[in-house]
Design a protein around this ligand. Sequence first.
Ligand code: GDG
Length: 531
Amino acid sequence: MGWSKQRLEEIAKTRLGGAKLIVVANREPYIHRYSDGEIEWIRPAGGLTTALDPVMQACGGTWVAHGSGDADRETVDGTSRVGVPPDDPNYTLRRVWLTKEQEDGYYYGFANSTLWPLCHQVYTRPSFDPAHWEAYREVNELFAAAVLEEARGGPAMVFVQDYHFALLPAILKRERPDLVVAQFWHIPWPHPETFRVCPWAREILNGMLGNDLMSFHIQYHCNNFLETVDRTVECRIDRERFAVERNGQSTSVQPHPISVDPELAIEYLGNDWEKRAGEFRKRHRLGGRPLLVGVDRVDYTKGIPERLRAVDRLLELHPEWKGQFHFLQVGAPSRTHLVAYSDLNDEVEMLVEKINWKHGTRNWKPVIFLNEHHTQKDLFLLYRMAVGCVVSSLHDGMNLVAKEYVSTRDDERGVLVLSEFTGAARELPEALIVNPFNVEQMASAMQTALTMPEEEQRRRMKKMRAQVEDNNIYRWAGMLLSEAGKLVDAEPPKAEVDTAVVDSDSSSEWDLESLIAREVGLSTAGFLSGM
Ligand code: GDG
């Protein structure tokens, strides 16, 4: 029995015991904006929203987020709420409004110029600006007020997302000790020596220790976090249970690798993907040539220049590929107000230009750079068309692009080139694992991807698909919610549980228990064996 949307729905009903589910994330899952005078909605690029929207669609509840679209205010009711997905609403989006100064200091400043580079080992110096820190604190208080309003009048579980809200859990616990608070950190947690340079390291850790459950993608990040806490704040570390005890509060620290919804691939590809692929090839003058693709937000952690240099090297080593393939890079613009990001965009554009000039001909360009936001449907089409997908992150919490690529390949073809510095590399060892800093190795992996025999592709892809099918996004959310749900102090609403469980399958409650027990058993065994 596997994890599905329906199983997750059951978990939400049984394990949350009637408590309301409130997700807090900076980014909203749906943005309303003006286009030619009309209001339209889009889904933003980024791993967090991609992963959590299906979870909320399965569980229901409220998602609290920054209202960032220019038509967001026009589409909410008097309490800043709107039903989503906009075309078929089944959960609530509560928007929080920020001033330009708050957004500058909290989002572009402390979150993305301090914590983002601090947590990723990519040699970009974090900035430590007291004004940004002030704005970060202020916005964490502002979000806490919105969450407390949403949680009024009953038990609730608050599921906090990411590094934008390190202070939020302790604020919530201070005001409502009965709330169950869990946080998932979507990016890596660095080595203690790296983190300790932050002037506000202690305040950040105090905030995070307000959580009942603190979760990262992999055990290595949990170990780093526990070590950082041990060296920075006064507390008792329970290494047996992997928990931090302090002032009567206990924070359990657990790995839960995030994933994707494999069903989405079927939905997005539909029956017409081959026709759409033909149109795409024509539009970009690709002929019938094989494609290697990269799909990323343009971010300095993703190793985009590194993979372009590898394309250059591949063409130097194997000039026979000239005119014979394309490297297609989708680069969704991201955080463009920050100099580090606009500089990177310029660097990528220049590199593409240089490589195309050096190796291209009048009718053929080796690299095609699509520097714009795409729909997920279009991205999945590219995955399905490509003979290989290159993920060369210099450091990445998980990396969902790798798992999305695998999820589209029901033909069991295609090769994944995957950086060893992603969380995903631990789960997908059948990919061609590379060090993105090693240009020769990357070029050679691209050569292997372009020439791998079909049988070999099939053997590897089969295993990777089984992994992504089993460890899907519903398992991630189900495990996290049931771990946190153990702490909810409320009785399940009888009628709802009865209908949900008995109607679907009379043995499913037992199945659910044994499924969770088996999973917990497995993860404990993994931990004990030092995985
Ligand atoms: C953070 C962590 C962790 C890309 N371009 C467009 C677009 N995307 C989508 C992809 C994928 C997502 O964005 C990117 O996810 P990643 O996981 O690769 O990276 P981050 O955004 O950095 O995510 C990461 C993740 O959180 C989840 O925990 O895996 O380690 O850094 O889904 O398809 N989506 C749309 N248009 C685009 O142009 N709609």
